[in-house]
Design a protein around this ligand. Structure first.
Ligand SMILES: [Zn+2]
Length: 498
């Protein structure tokens, strides 16, 4: 539906003059220092350096130089002389810009050459270019009647280093991320919960997933009052909770992973109606569910050897005579009574019952994703996402993985005394505080209550779901942030043993 095929060829050696001419688009990465004293150089190496040295202004390591080579085809080369320890986020950003420098050309092959680095360094550099290329060719929703011919790369030729797994994980991440972005960009009149369910049914068939759908009646039987409160004002009763299941052919461990996502297909704010400025863009309040799904897809592609469940809370937060209101007291499916304070805090309501249902299956780890609070955006901006956990010992690894993979997160405290702000006179807990600070932390404290059986849990408040101009290797404002992060977290093996 959205993925262009991308084929990869790899050669350890440098390209020949003929190959440079045939491949019209080249991205060349060179070390910032000792640029003349290594072997396996690009055929036009000296011209590149001479051109770079001609610049009179001060040269920064991440400056991109572009020139057309003096061959018959006028092969275009973009090159950078960079330090191998460049931060991953900066490297991904650079990779996006390098790929974008070649997008207007009507060629289908993009060539990379790295030389002067160790193999480990080269793998990391090329990985970022593969990630950026794959992100750039994903097809996104477009309803313009006159469509521009859009050339997309479908082949990458890599020179200078060979990776045995041919960047399989990077391509799986890219596919999951593209799915997440695609769904998040769909306008809400094209992706109401019912439409979303249909797409999930198609995907389940294609990928041999089991799909269970808990519709409004099923959720009434489960007494999932927190979820149902949010759906009360919806004219179409298509909301519900989806559970997708992946079961590997060979299970090597009893570990079971559970992914949970907030899927509010449009958020008006409800009775506490949002103003125009804050309502615009609220079709993407389902991005948490899309990222959970994208992560689930990527892990399926990689045939991981543990079972996974993916829980998606699909609903819309509407305004209407039947809408839930401030001061209403709602009962979640575990019996917890909740005093409603602000109807725009609907994400934590739908997630409460979803987390209870996910917990019932006793997974070894729950990771939830949600575009949950404005407070998280105020705290870290849109370049980072917030991360919360009931396992404080995970925190160093959670930060480290973000730094390493370039999708950066920052943790917040979860101390019990924060919850005094959620004390209710009439119910077990308030949904949120009307006044005061740290709503992202209160939201996490609220959610933690519904994670049962002491199951290790990580909550991602996706403040970086939208970033103007793209983020890292992702070229669109909608980032699909989280797929790459979670894959790197799981494959790092530190908190999740394969
Ligand atoms: Zn809301």
């Amino acid at each position: 539906m959205i993925n262009s095929d991308l084929t990869l060829q790899q050669k350890k050696r440098a390209p020949s003059l003929k190959e440079v001419q045939e491949g019209r688009n080249w991205i060349v990465l060179l070390p910032a220092s000792n640029s003349s004293s290594f072997s396996g150089k690009f055929p036009y190496h000296d011209i590149l350096l001479e051109r770079r040295n001609r610049k009179t202004s001060e040269i920064v390591d991440t400056d991109i130089h572009t020139l057309d080579l003096p061959n018959d085809e006028g092969s275009r080369v973009s090159y950078v002389c960079l330090k191998p320890d460049i931060r991953s986020f900066d490297l991904l950003t650079l990779a996006r810009k390098l790929v974008q420098a070649h997008k207007s050309d009507n060629q289908q092959t993009l060539c990379f050459h790295v030389s002067g680095f160790t193999d480990t360094q080269s793998h990391r550099l090329v990985e970022s270019l593969v990630a950026a290329t794959a992100a750039s060719i994903a097809i996104m929703p477009n309803y313009k009647t006159k469509q521009k011919t859009d050339y997309r790369f479908n082949k990458i030729n890599i020179f200078g280093v060979v990776k045995t797994d041919a960047y399989k994980r990077t391509l799986a991440e890219a596919e999951g991320n593209a799915l997440a972005r695609y769904l998040s960009m769909l306008p809400s009149n094209k992706l109401m919960p019912g439409d979303y369910l249909k797409k999930l049914q198609i995907l389940s068939k294609e990928n041999s997933w089991k799909l269970d759908f808990y519709d409004i009646s099923a959720l009434k039987r489960k007494k999932a009052g927190a979820f149902l409160a949010v759906t009360q004002a919806s004219a179409v009763k298509d909301a519900g909770i989806v559970c997708l299941r992946y079961n590997p052919a060979r299970v090597s461990k009893m570990n079971k992973l559970s992914l949970v996502g907030k899927g509010i297909c449009f958020d008006t704010g409800g009775v506490n109606l949002k103003s125009a400025k804050y309502m615009f863009g609220m079709h993407d309040d389902m991005q948490g569910s899309a990222v959970a799904l994208g992560t689930f897809l990527a892990l399926t592609r990689l045939n991981v050897n543990y079972p996974i469940e993916c829980w998606l809370a699909l609903a819309t937060n509407h305004i209407g005579p039947r809408a839930y209101k401030p001061n209403d007291v709602i009962t979640a499916s575990d019996g917890t009574t909740i005093e409603i304070v602000h109807t725009d805090a609907e994400g934590r309501m739908v997630l409460a019952d979803t987390l209870i249902m996910a917990s019932e299956r006793k997974p070894s780890l729950i990771i939830d994703f949600a575009t949950l609070t404005g407070a998280c955006v105020y705290s870290v901006g849109t370049g980072y996402s917030g991360v919360f956990t009931n396992q404080e010992n995970y925190i160093p690894e959670l930060i480290e993985v973000g730094k390493t993979c370039g999708e950066r997160v920052w943790p917040f405290p979860m101390d019990e005394d924060y919850e005094s702000a959620l004390k209710s006179e009439i119910a077990d807990i308030k949904q949120c505080a009307l006044e005061g600070n740290a709503d992202h932390i209160l939201a996490a404290r609220f959610l933690q209550r519904f994670v049962k059986h002491n199951i290790p849990w990580i909550h991602m408040d996706l403040s970086s779901s939208q970033n103007k101009g793209g983020l890292g290797h992702i070229p669109t404002d909608t980032t699909g942030f989280g797929v790459r992060y979670v894959l790197n977290l799981l494959f790092s093996g530190k908190i999740w043993k394969k």
